[in-house]
Design a protein around this ligand. Structure first.
Ligand code: GLV
Length: 329
């Protein structure tokens, strides 16, 4: 029987599915250090990860490893050049999380615009003594301009929701989306700078790469409206968190909603001291149904990539399909 490592705690029924095909080593505890991950991978044919860094050193420590299946759509923790050099397949879990993640982006944007978290903290602290006309005045969402940076599947799901709020939608992306998608979403393309100047609510939904590092820093925040909000449901590192904390502290922008952070699970200490930010622990895809779908899709990818099960040899979501069928090097 082939051997696999499931590097993270996961739904037990998914472990049971994997056990039908594999000898499963399950880390149902704390996140493995790189050294512990390397040691556990030494004799494995496949692995299921969720954010664990996998690079040339990891692959060198695991000479039999042929596939690493990531339970997430983003896979910036994989060094794909190293995967390709070693003929190791990477897989991810796109699509099943689009709507759930778009819902959450919307929730954070609404919470930031209407100061939901900030006012809740105020109430819990026993500070609500009287009604006041100017208590927690926020920015309107209905009828405003939504700026989406990263118009992929999740960005499009987010923009589709804007129709119900009668919003104007502008977007920025590495390349323009097809005219029929622009027409369906009633979305207009903008340069990043124009989008930041025009949008009332900016939402980031782009992958993290060397190119997207600090897509939003002090210079970009300086372009935004003082009434605008910024929401990041993409990846830490896309925003310069120190610059954002400063822009929030000085009210350069009105508010932010953040689900992801540079260096998470650590959070920049300055972000913890500003009131006008909603902070959540990377849970945008975390509905019960969606996390189950992601775990099962990650298992489907692993089973098929290791040549067993009903889709043997045809994993649904290969990231680097060019290595399929090539011997491990
Ligand atoms: C979550 O962040 C994902 O990439 O699926």
């Amino acid at each position: 029987m082939q051997k696999i490592l499931v590097a993270r705690p996961i739904f037990p029924e998914v472990i049971d599915r994997l056990k039908q095909y594999f000898d499963v080593d399950w880390n149902d505890g704390e996140t493995l250090s790189p050294e512990a991950l390397n040691a556990r991978l030494a004799d494995k044919d496949g692995a299921l990860t969720a954010g664990d860094p996998v690079n040339a050193a990891t692959l060198a420590a695991a000479p039999k490893l042929r596939v690493v299946s990531q339970m997430a759509v983003g896979y910036n923790n994989f060094d794909m050049a190293a995967f390709n050099a070693a003929n190791v397949l990477g897989t991810n879990t796109p699509d099943v999380l689009n709507e759930t993640t778009a819902d959450f982006g919307w929730a954070l944007m609404m919470a930031a615009a209407r100061r939901v978290a900030e006012s809740e903290h105020f109430l819990r602290a026993g500070k609500w003594g009287k009604w006041s006309f100017d208590m927690f005045l926020g920015s309107d969402v209905y009828g405003s301009t939504l700026g989406v940076i990263g118009m992929g599947r999740i960005g499009q799901a987010l923009a589709r929701r804007a129709r119900g709020f009668d919003m104007r939608v502008i977007y920025h992306n590495r390349s323009r989306v097809a005219p029929e998608i622009e027409a369906e979403l009633n979305a207009e393309y903008r340069s990043k700078e124009d989008l930041l100047k025009e949008a009332d609510h900016v939402v980031l939904v782009l992958p993290y790469t060397a190119d997207s590092h600090h897509t939003i820093g002090a210079a970009e925040l300086a372009l935004m409206k003082p009434t605008a909000t910024l929401t990041n449901i993409a990846r830490g590192g896309i925003v310069d968190d120190a610059a954002l904390a400063e822009a929030l502290r000085t009210r350069r922008i009105a508010a932010a909603g953040l689900d992801v952070f540079e260096g998470e699970p650590s959070v920049h200490p300055a972000l913890l001291t500003v009131e006008n930010v909603v902070l959540t622990p990377h849970i945008a895809s975390a509905s019960e149904a969606t996390r189950r779908a992601m775990a099962n899709l990650a298992a489907d990818n692993l089973i098929a990539a290791l040549g067993v099960g009903p889709r043997a040899g045809r994993p649904p979501n290969p990231i680097n399909p060019g290595v399929l069928g090539k011997a491990r090097s």
